[in-house]
Design a protein around this ligand. Sequence first.
Ligand code: DGJ
Length: 731
Amino acid sequence: MAIHVTTNDQKTTFCIETKNALYQMQADGYGVLKHLWYGAKTDCDMSYLLDYPDVGFSGNIYEAENQRTYSLDTLPLEYAGAGIGDYRISAIDVVHADGSKALDLRYKNYEIRKGKYAITGLPAVYATEDEAETLRIVLKDTATGIEVILLYGVLADLDLITRCAEIRNIGETPAILTKAASLCLDIPHGDWEWVHFYGRHTMERQIERLPLLHGIQESSSVRGTSSHQQNPTVLLCKPDCTETMGECIGAAFVYSGSFQTQIECDQLGQIRLVMGIHPELFRWTLYPGEVFTTPEVMLSYSNTGLETLSHQFHKIIREHVCRGKYQLAERPILINNWEATYFDFNTEKILHIAQEASRLGVDMLVLDDGWFGKRDGDVSGLGDWFVNEDKLVGGLGNLVEKIKAMGLQFGIWFEPEMVSEDSNLYRSHPDWAIRIPGRNPNRSRFQLLLDMTNPDVIDYLYQVMSDILSSADISYVKWDMNRSICDWYTATLSPERQGEMPHRYMLGLYDLLDRLTNAFPDVLFEGCSGGGGRFDAGMLYYCPQIWCSDDTDAYERTKIQYGTSFFYPISTVGSHVSIVPNHQTGRITPIESRAVTAMAGSFGYELDLNVLTHGEKEEVKKQIAQFKAYGSLIHNGKYYRLTNPMTDKEAIWSFVSKDASEVLVQGMLFHTEPNMVRHMVCLRGLSPKKKYQLSGTEMVYTGAALMNGGILLPKAWGDYTPVSMYLTEIV
Ligand code: DGJ
């Protein structure tokens, strides 16, 4: 049992023990649920660490009578209410029927259940009955009928605790939720830094590590998607925490819409982390008897550095978030026509690309944007998911048959949530587009959004997409989403419920994804939002891989993929070799370096292979053979960030098999110099006593030598020199 509860002296203490961590809370005599500890195992009641300072202007709860030291403003709380004298960030906010805005949550009871809870309509970590336990702690407002049930899903072997909150109105009057966070985590002691992942289109998940300053720091999105600009993940680390040592906590939101992560360092230097749906566009009316359940957050702790924490998240996401036939299966090597043709293609051109791809060993051709409606550019056609037979003469069936005859599978692109004003769909259903009556809507890439809160829209999309997917032998769908959302208004909700729309949009999207992935279980769904604008654990529940970035420049990708790797497993990272000069940066990198970077993901090509030289084509054949040989090690092995491409002169990473019998070291040296000293890198995760032979050479090293002395990297010749070294155990 990972969950233990003890009651004495009017105190109920909750202990959640995972493999390497202890999470502890205590409800005291006033019924206040305090957070005591999240860290290394201590086998001790950690309430001795609580200080009860008499701090001026930090008031006291009424029941404390003349004690000046019991203050909700200074105690670490498990789920902070609002408006009752805790002036730090709240986890929840409610407007009651009388207009007052307060919530004083006190402990009522608890329950432990076998297995992991699920959340209706939302993605969430899943596990078998034997792999997980659930703790439900019921808190109740002192004055109204609002109850908050805190849910903890515990996968002890994986060092994972999930959290979400069920908010119930068991009173007689409606209440309006204006904030409902999934996670509130108070850390009363110690120095901490935080790490977040920021960026922009074609430059996602750049890492930033910062000291925590007094006051509130935030990473968030109000774009209706998890966004390119900030990722819904955060790390808290002790200042001495590195890849291989020190304490850190990771939190990842299993949600793809607007979110807010706030960290407050309070007047006493205590830390509060709150993560959940962004409150700015959120108002949810709870009528008597109604329940609102927040999406969930995954939490994990490590005291052996960031590498361990990443390994924990990789395993959790790969084995307990991603699902379906392709969850653990090796992914097809695909060729996508986007950067080869953009909108300018026809059947002949696509077959020409497919023919060479097939000859060189590619598994699948993916037909990107432009195959439907009137879609010769980005100003028209979205919503008309009917084959454009002027471009694809003979229809989709004909194209797919010919591609299949070449020995390739076939995949296709959709952008289901969008509509162009110049489309038949918009002409017949202008009311399906999101806009505020009386205002001009914001256009982005010339397109509008469909109202995913409208069941008719979901049914329409389900039908047209199902028709296409059933019309030919289609093995893959790329689900794109190319704009941020604004102009929130829907005729499906009454004026007072408009604030529910952003979350209801997500529920509609997840419903459609659920229906389609269930109806087409053999299809591999890949997520995308102008690259990695919706790269989050919510989408990974439906799509086991996501196009990581529209930036295919191998050098830039080393940084984007480095940031992505802190939470997301390698198999989830869609990554392709493209042409040079690169279309996003104009940079020229060797084809070998483009390949090793793309191999740190779900591998493919995004160019017309016909334009390559004979030598380059031979190189492509080798790369494909390499990915077929190493793909399982890359996706199932442990991933090590051996250098930091943001600061080091090279980007080097490795994949080590579970039994440490093989290791693949890959990456690139950024710049060359004359008379350059060879770079070396120390490997990790090997067995010190084992002997490893470097493939293609007679060189044999012990694991201890490779981990302490390191391995010499190839001599740099030209910028972006590729590195790819495979070592296996010899006995
Ligand atoms: C954005 C995607 O990230 C690209 O790969 C491509 O599919 C385009 N959209 C198509 O419009």
